[in-house]
Design a protein around this ligand. Structure first.
Ligand SMILES: Cc1cc2nc3c(=O)[nH]c(=O)nc-3n(C[C@H](O)[C@H](O)[C@H](O)COP(=O)(O)OP(=O)(O)OC[C@H]3O[C@@H](n4cnc5c(N)ncnc54)[C@H](O)[C@@H]3O)c2cc1C
Length: 413
């Protein structure tokens, strides 16, 4: 990512060049442009905003009303607090309202567009136009070099100079939509530490053996309590009460996507099909003594799942009163503390976000600028800040983009 070719352009430097016209890059550009800065945005994609377009099942879960630092994973957990406080979900909701985009709350503070996610892309482009931002795409960046106070960027459409360079190239998920490790490569070029990236918010595969009993249940969704991670591990332990989806490859649905961010290869997850309280209430109901176990369980779980769990516990067809102490304890374990070891994740193609990225300990949280590299900023998903499912990742894109935009300076030349 260096170049020795002479600079083609001797034009007046931009105040900021932003590489990546996704959620964070476009938002940052619009805010900076409206502050009076001369901003150039570059993207290698033919169509911009693709991740936004497919987000939230096509309706873009653009923020979460309850977004706070607890909803993010980072090696430096306090880092998000400043940016999240300076640009809140209410701020973005205000912008959405000003653009007359209809939206609704779906679940636990998650806000979705009533119509197409395209409305959010239009909003961002409109805000950029209002700020006089120049957007160029598809353009590939061949090389970046720093020379004194200026950043030089060589692209397939010529070379440019700028006082600031903002990397907003996102994470590695969904390579088919143009995801690259460009931001991480630039970080390495300028000796900025990177936390190794990993797919997150991703379905997990089960081994053929673990999956076998659930073969007939593919497509079934059921509310569960799922715990992952270890207290002393990088991101600690987390517990989610959400829906689990059984698939032909393993486990997915909101519960598993959330847990996947805390899971590491070789570890087991702990899954409760029923809470202990709910199970104890069922198991101690005297009126059920003469019913068969599948029937008892199906009062709280889908019938097909109840049948499979009874098979797994080796008590199929028995009446509840006939189930001995040992079998009851095995069933209780299976229902409330099933330990399952996934074989792996379904990888970058199926992940929604990237865990890891540019180490925030190298960044100033007011400006998202690299300490010791004046003018070099990283925002959005390429930074080691990963949100839970439910609109938090977009809120981080807006908040980090806003903090950076506020810190960029307009230079009179
Ligand atoms: C299927 C799916 C659904 C999602 N749904 C939601 C949701 O509903 N709510 C939510 O909060 N989050 C959701 N996310 C996550 C969310 O999309 C991302 O967190 C968010 O888009 C990150 O914003 P960003 O600007 O950092 O990166 P992006 O939006 O990914 O933008 C990065 C931009 O950089 C460009 N780029 C990459 N490499 C280069 C390069 N070498 N040169 C030039 N340009 C480059 C890309 O073309 C892209 O335009 C979803 C993600 C996926 C995959």
């Amino acid at each position: 990512m260096t170049a020795s070719a002479p600079l083609g352009s001797l034009a007046k430097p931009w105040d900021a060049i932003i590489i990546g016209a996704g959620a964070a890059g476009l938002f940052c550009a619009g805010v900076a442009g409206q502050r009076g800065l001369r901003v150039l945005v570059l993207d290698h994609a033919k169509t911009i905003g693709e991740k936004i377009r497919i987000s939230g099942g096509g309706h873009c879960n653009f923020t979460n009303l309850h977004s706070n630092s607890e909803n993010f994973l980072s090696l430096n957990p306090h880092f998000v607090k400043g940016p999240l406080a300076r640009y809140t979900p209410a701020d973005f909701v205000g912008l959405v309202k000003r653009h007359r985009i209809a939206f609704h709350e779906k679940h636990r503070g998650q806000l979705f567009c009533d119509g197409s996610a395209r409305a959010i892309i239009d909003l961002l482009q409109h805000e950029c136009a209002k700020g006089g931002v120049t957007l160029r795409h598809p353009v590939s960046v061949d090389a970046i070099r720093r020379d004194g106070d200026l950043w030089h960027v060589w692209t397939t459409s010529g070379s440019e100079n700028s006082h600031a360079l903002v990397l907003a190239t996102g994470g590695l998920p969904v390579p088919a939509l143009g995801a690259t490790d460009f931001g991480l490569a630039v970080a390495k070029q300028f000796s900025v530490p990177v936390v190794p990236p990993r797919p997150a918010l991703v379905p997990l595969a089960l081994t053929a053996q673990a999956l076998a009993p659930f073969g007939e249940l593919s497509g079934l969704a059921v509310p569960v309590i799922l715990s992952a991670g270890f207290a002393r591990q990088r991101y600690g332990r987390a517990r989610f009460e959400e829906d689990l989806l059984i698939t032909h490859k393993g486990l997915s649905g909101p519960a598993m996507l959330q847990a996947s961010s805390y899971w590491q290869e070789g570890e087991a997850l702990e899954l409760a099909w029923l809470s202990e309280v709910r199970w104890e209430a069922l198991a101690s109901d005297e009126s059920q003594r003469l019913k068969n176990v599948e029937g008892v369980l199906s009062r709280a779980l889908p019938q097909r799942l109840a049948t499979v769990l009874c098979q797994m516990a080796g008590i199929s067809g028995k009446r509840w009163a006939e189930v001995g102490k040992k079998d009851r304890s095995r069933l209780t374990q299976l229902l409330t503390r099933w330990s399952v070891k996934p074989a792996g994740t379904l990888g970058w193609k199926k992940a929604e976000v990237m865990l890891g990225g540019v180490d925030t300990r190298a960044l100033d949280s007011r400006s998202l600028m690299v300490r010791g590299q004046p003018g070099l900023h990283f925002i959005g998903e390429c930074v080691d800040v990963t949100g839970h499912l439910g609109g938090h990742n977009f809120q981080w894109a807006w908040a980090s983009g806003f903090a950076c935009a506020q810190a960029l300076e307009a230079r009179a030349v």
